[in-house]
Design a protein around this ligand. Structure first.
Ligand code: GDP
Length: 462
């Protein structure tokens, strides 16, 4: 246990008012500080741990708020220190006033992420778990929450620790044999080690491979809505944004020709872009919009190509299909509520078999038909349809990915040393490099500066 001073912060969002707001205090004097401003039936230093108490907060003789106070004595707390949480009414003004009272009575303002940093420094969680706390707070969809919770529960740390233990065991074995060749025999050992290396390589490669999907889960699938004018692109965009978006974030930097929103769409997020209708035109302004829409095709991960099923395909449609032929495409045959003149076969012919059966969806923005098929198809294209039942662990953190790549590189070098017939003492250097790269993922033997940098990215009060 490290000895720290007592810190405090508003731990609930301060960007808007809520029913309640929480001030958290942690440190050796947390209870004492709270007792100075709290009046209730009992002094907080006399109550049992993990209990909640009704009372009032006073600034000298001024009653500030009616509160519930939760008291947690170390070590079974978030930070492993004494912790007090004061639940006040959720006015930002009030929360600031209670916080300033707490600070006046002996606590100091917490730095961003400082509570979680203490949980890490006091050994309650490792660094990768601490990072997942930050991911969890910023999660905007079901998959991101699920993944962050797996990390937080230690799924990743367990994999890393198990490989590290293996590496340490093998290194010790080699060192012992080199020190005492009479008692330890290394004949046939290379094959044995190769097997272990290939197991570790598989685990590390799998984690590294998961990072692409991890980024998609975290940042959303960049999705371009394309189609001729008047086919229903904006209706689709508005439908998805208004009906599906638990979270709608306007993304800055978009031109007036492209409207972009981040929405949570079922279990994942989409960065949805609505573009100008594509057609041959002589209108200068319209031309700019069309050019902009076409320029986004390359970078989009998914194209939702909207077709008006009640009107025959024309040259503009052919042109669009030509351009998106090799992309991840879902075709929405929109306006299915009207008599249909476009068939799936009309479309499929253009894609030369590049389009799966389910990638053409009969859709109606007007009657809201086809949304769940669209969700299923996106899930199939991006997560092999395993969104709901998948227990796959995704890497969403660039720092962790970087260290995994380092560790994998070192493991591969041991393999190369074996293949080149180099003596065993060559193996240990690379093995220990892998050991330390993996160690820095869970926060063993990393510098104080790096720890400070990681936690400074946290939000206040966590
Ligand atoms: P955009 O130019 O591609 O963005 O098309 P809009 O979304 O502005 O829609 C063009 C017209 O088609 C509007 O009058 C919409 O009300 C209509 N529309 C859009 N979707 C549907 C649909 O599913 N069924 C019907 N009947 N009309 C639709």
């Amino acid at each position: 246990m490290n000895e720290f001073d007592t810190i405090a912060a508003i731990s609930t969002p301060i960007s808007s008012e809520g029913g309640i707001g929480v001030i958290r205090i942690s440190g050796p004097e947390a209870i004492e500080v709270a007792d100075k401003i709290y009046r209730g039936k009992q002094r907080l230093c006399d109550v049992p741990s993990h209990t909640v108490h009704y009372g009032h907060i006073y600034d000298d003789e001024d009653m500030i708020d009616e509160v519930m106070v939760s008291v947690f004595f170390a070590p079974k707390t978030y930070t492993r220190e004494d912790v007090v949480e004061i639940s006040c009414h959720g006015s930002i003004f009030l929360l600031r006033r209670v916080l300033s009272c707490v600070l006046k009575n002996g606590a100091r303002p917490a730095d961003p992420g400082e509570f979680t940093k203490r949980a890490f420094l006091n050994g309650r969680i490792d660094l990768s778990q601490a990072e997942s706390v930050m991911d969890l707070i910023s999660s905007e969809n079901e998959m991101a929450v699920k993944n962050s919770l797996s990390h937080l529960s230690g799924a990743m740390s367990t994999k890393i620790s198990s490989i590290r233990e293996g590496i340490l065991f093998e290194t010790a074995r080699i060192e012992s044999a080199l020190d005492d060749p009479e008692h330890y025999d290394l004949s046939g050992y290379s094959e044995e080690l190769s097997k272990k290396l290939s197991e570790w390589k598989d685990v590390l490669s799998d984690l590294i491979d998961s990072a692409d999907d991890g980024a998609t889960i975290r940042d959303g699938i960049s999705t371009l809505i394309l189609g001729r004018p008047n086919v229903g692109k904006s209706s689709l965009f508005n439908l998805l944004v208004n009906k599906e978006a638990a979270i709608v974030t306007s993304i800055p930097g978009t031109t007036r020709d492209v409207v972009e929103e981040k929405i949570s769409f079922g279990d994942f997020s989409l960065r949805l872009m609505d573009t100008a209708g594509i057609r041959h035109t002589e209108d200068t302004v319209e031309k700019i919009g069309v050019k902009k829409a076409l320029s986004l095709i390359d970078d989009a991960s998914l194209i939702i190509y909207v077709v008006d099923g009640s009107e025959a395909l024309d040259d503009d449609d052919h042109d669009i299909m030509e351009r998106i032929r090799d992309k991840n495409v879902i075709v929405l045959l929109n306006k299915s509520d009207l008599t249909q003149v476009v068939s799936e076969d009309d479309i499929r012919g253009f894609f030369d078999g590049n389009l799966s059966e389910k990638s053409i969806i009969s859709f109606s923005s007007k009657d809201m038909l086809g949304i769940s098929s669209l969700k299923d198809e996106i899930s199939r294209l991006f997560f092999k349809g395993e969104v709901e039942n998948s227990d796959r662990l995704y890497i969403t953190n660039e720092r962790q990915k970087f260290e995994l790549i380092n560790a994998l590189g070192s493991v591969k070098r041991v393999n190369e040393s074996i293949a080149s017939g180099l003596p065993e003492d060559f193996y240990t250097v690379d093995l220990m490099d892998a050991y330390s790269a993996l160690g820095s993922i869970i926060g063993e033997s990393i510098s104080d500066d790096l720890v400070d940098e990681i936690f400074s990215k946290f939000c206040m009060g966590k």
